[in-house]
Design a protein around this ligand. Structure first.
Ligand SMILES: NC(=O)c1ccc[n+]([C@@H]2O[C@H](COP(=O)([O-])OP(=O)(O)OC[C@H]3O[C@@H](n4cnc5c(N)ncnc54)[C@H](O)[C@@H]3O)[C@@H](O)[C@H]2O)c1
Length: 254
């Protein structure tokens, strides 16, 4: 039996990058996967999983809208009868500006999706887990930038540090209810998000320096983050809660 066999798992941001890799990996490991994304592309990933013999459902969701998140959790339970875990991973990138040039709208946009979105998902997932009395596991996507800043990313780093704090707070609040809450902290990972970084010479210099500082001397792959999240969601991690796991080629070790 594989380690996620028969679990019902939500993955947000499942249409692209890390979320897409996670949805596929969890399904291959035996989970029934509920894919959530603002982008319609999530339906194609859900179909691919079904074509490979897996069980999946796509629910178009804006994680920053509470009604959408409520609908996501209700749909998971209506379709598969239970909710065992979630990978709250949807997020957007920073504007790449120094703090004094950030406007309020950009701050609000990133905080709404990257931080409030994780809060709303946890709120409704945990309520469903408590109601079923089956326990559960949650993994939230933070970032190594929550612990070690990179230039021009204040709003993003504030959100990712918030995700880390909220994950630890929830781990403590629900430890005696059988609900584990952990965070993964990816280092720079090759996904469409990193592909969208502008081709500015100053930025290229910064990213070259970031890569040079990675002990493994490379960026991560989406599958490598997905594997770590899958382990944290599995019963193999039964005594792990409140952890912030760097998946970063050693960056946080130096
Ligand atoms: N790629 C990296 O280097 C890196 C490093 C550290 C952390 N992260 C984090 O990993 C997560 C996944 O990033 P990725 O690199 O795979 O990016 P990505 O852009 O490839 O995928 C993000 C997905 O989230 C979805 N999304 C965005 N806003 C949404 C919303 N409001 N509601 C629902 N879905 C929404 C997008 O449609 C997209 O499918 C993000 O939280 C990101 O901040 C990424």
């Amino acid at each position: 039996m594989s380690n996620l066999e028969s679990k019902v798992l939500i993955v947000t941001g499942a249409a692209s990058g890390i979320g897409r890799a996670a949805a596929r990996h969890f399904a291959k490991s035996g989970a029934r996967v509920v894919l959530a994304d603002l982008a319609d592309g999530g339906e194609a990933i859900a179909e691919e999983i079904r074509a490979d013999g897996g069980k999946s459902l796509f629910v178009k969701t804006n994680v920053a809208e509470e009604a959408d998140v409520e609908n996501l959790v209700a749909s998971a339970i209506e379709t598969f009868g239970q909710l065992d875990g979630a990978f709250n991973n949807a997020g957007i990138e920073q504007a790449i500006k120094p703090l004094h040039e950030l406007d309020e709208a950009q701050w609000d946009k990133v905080i709404n999706i990257d931080l409030k979105g994780v809060f709303l998902c946890m709120k409704h997932e945990i309520a469903a887990m408590l109601a079923s009395d089956r326990g559960g596991a949650i993994v939230n996507t933070s970032s190594t930038t929550a612990m070690a800043a990179i230039p021009f990313a204040s709003e993003y780093i504030a959100a990712k540090a918030g995700v880390l704090g909220m994950s630890r707070a929830a781990a403590v609040d629900y430890a005696q209810k059988g609900i584990r809450v952990n965070a993964v902290m990816p280092g720079m990972t090759q996904t469409p998000m990193t592909g969208r970084m502008p081709e500015d010479p100053e930025l290229i210099k910064i990213f070259t320096a970031i890569q040079a500082a990675v002990p493994m001397q490379r960026f991560g792959q989406a599958d490598e983050i997905a594997q770590a999240a899958g382990w944290l969601l599995s019963d193999d991690a039964s005594f792990v809660t409140g952890a912030a796991l760097p998946v970063d080629g050693g960056t946080m070790a130096v």
